[in-house]
Design a protein around this ligand. Structure first.
Ligand SMILES: Nc1ncnc2c1ncn2[C@@H]1O[C@H](COP(=O)(O)O)[C@@H](O)[C@H]1OP(=O)(O)O
Ligand SMILES: [Mg+2]
Ligand SMILES: [Mg+2]
Ligand SMILES: [Mg+2]
Length: 396
């Protein structure tokens, strides 16, 4: 790849939006501190707390990713629907939720099962939803069959509806709750760009496990000059359990690495992630924060919690998320991503520096926004955020 344009196209083909001033020879400055883990996944996993849960969660997210990949390849307009809040939902969002719910319940039979998930079966139970329900049921059964084991039974449409509605739990501060976004970044998914299957586990209101399947995320760094990368492979699975670090492997299971956030301590060398969709997060505010910090690189805009995954392996140093007025953050949009980043050595907080509180049910009540970075950059980031928010308030 010899020019900025071809590099941009390469990234674009993998669902990564790059700010307009980005040039190949400038690149985006990140430090990659990776610690290669030589032991096979099974050994890593079996010595961890929550190892049974992690094995089930990895399997569920990997299968759900397979289902989503199949749909994204051949996405039909008839596969995309609109929810009551006008946001898109596809057969893959429903299929992924049904599959993850079914696998978790089946793999962990001895535990009480509680799932807080984004989708519900309301529209699929209507007369107008019957064809969609059939298509989802086919997708789920085809994906289970592709597992190559005969141990899964074929699900009926009623069983698919029940699996989706398992996700109706409210969560809270007592007991264990799985937290699922079956497709995080549906707009990116529909566009052919980045998305994630995000699965977390809460115990007494704290996130103790997280898995992020990112089918379109390159295995190689996306914040680093790609001309040096020999791999074009995409599809990452990030996972973390509390106290045990964060890991990444290829979605096809081939390589495993322990991941760490960047060690950069000079904001001028940092690059930052934000939403691809300007409607999801204020690009103006993040640009003002970046300017105050002295960040030189333009924003890297990608959809979904793939941003948390990329940050956990040091592809970039900062993630800024400032939803517009009136939007309430949901726990499934941050549970898995936040533990992956914190176990990789990063900090996830609200705009005032408070940790995220996952114990209050479906919603996260955050002050103004969510910011993520490493320990060294957090104090200057908080200062810049405070100044930018004050300026914004005084200009209103
Ligand atoms: N108006 C909105 N403001 C902020 N986030 C939103 C809004 N509508 C949907 N989202 C959610 O934001 C997340 C994607 O943000 P990002 O811009 O980082 O990709 C998704 O969880 C998406 O939901 P969904 O899971 O339905 O895609
Ligand atoms: Mg949605
Ligand atoms: Mg989401
Ligand atoms: Mg979603």
């Amino acid at each position: 790849m010899g020019t900025a344009t071809t590099t941009r196209q390469w990234l674009r083909g993998r669902g990564i939006g790059v700010g307009s001033e980005w040039r190949l020879n400038k690149g985006i400055s990140v430090s990659r501190r990776r610690c290669w883990c030589s032991s096979p996944l099974t050994l890593v996993v079996s010595s961890m707390p929550y190892h049974k849960e992690l094995a089930a969660a990895n399997k569920a997210a990997t299968l759900a990713a397979r289902l989503c990949q199949k749909v994204q390849k051949a996405l039909l307009q008839s596969d995309v629907h609109s929810k009551s809040d006008k946001s898109p939902v596809t057969v893959a969002d429903y299929g992924s939720q049904a599959l993850v719910s079914y696998i978790l319940e089946r793999e962990l039979p001895s535990e009480p099962f509680s799932l807080v998930a984004e989708e519900d079966s309301g529209d699929l139970r209507k007369e107008s939803g019957q064809d969609t329900l059939k298509r989802i049921t086919e997708l789920v059964n085809d994906t289970l069959a592709s597992e190559g084991s005969n141990s899964f039974s074929t699900l009926t449409t009623d069983e698919v509806l029940r699996a989706i509605d398992n996700g109706k739990s409210e969560g809270g501060s007592v007991g264990r709750h799985w937290v699922l976004d079956p497709i995080d970044g549906t707009k990116g998914f529909v566009r052919g760009d980045q998305y994630a299957i995000a699965l977390g586990l809460l115990h007494e209101g704290k996130v103790v496990l997280g898995v992020l399947a990112c089918p379109n995320l390159p295995l190689a760094s996306i914040g680093h000059n790609q001309q040096h990368s020999s791999s074009n492979e995409v599809g990452c699975l990030f996972f973390a359990t509390v106290g045990d670090g964060a890991y990444m492997q290829a979605l096809n299971g081939s390589t495993q690495t322990r991941v760490h956030v960047t060690a950069i301590d000079n904001p001028e060398e940092a690059s930052f992630f934000e939403s691809f969709e300007a409607a999801h997060s204020s690009h103006d505010l993040s640009s003002s924060i970046a300017e105050k910090l002295g960040v030189k690189a333009p924003p890297v805009r990608i959809d979904s919690q793939a941003k948390y995954g990329a940050l956990s392996r040091g592809d970039g140093a900062i993630y800024l998320r400032f939803p517009h007025k009136g939007y309430r953050e949901k726990i499934w949009d941050h549970a898995a991503g936040s533990i992956v980043v914190s176990e990789a050595g990063g900090i996830v907080s609200d705009a005032a520096g408070n940790p995220l509180d996952f114990s209050k049910g479906k919603f996260l009540d955050v002050a103004s926004g969510i910011i993520v970075t490493n320990q060294k950059l957090m104090p200057s980031l908080l200062k810049a955020v405070k100044e930018a928010l004050n300026e914004k308030a005084s200009s209103l």
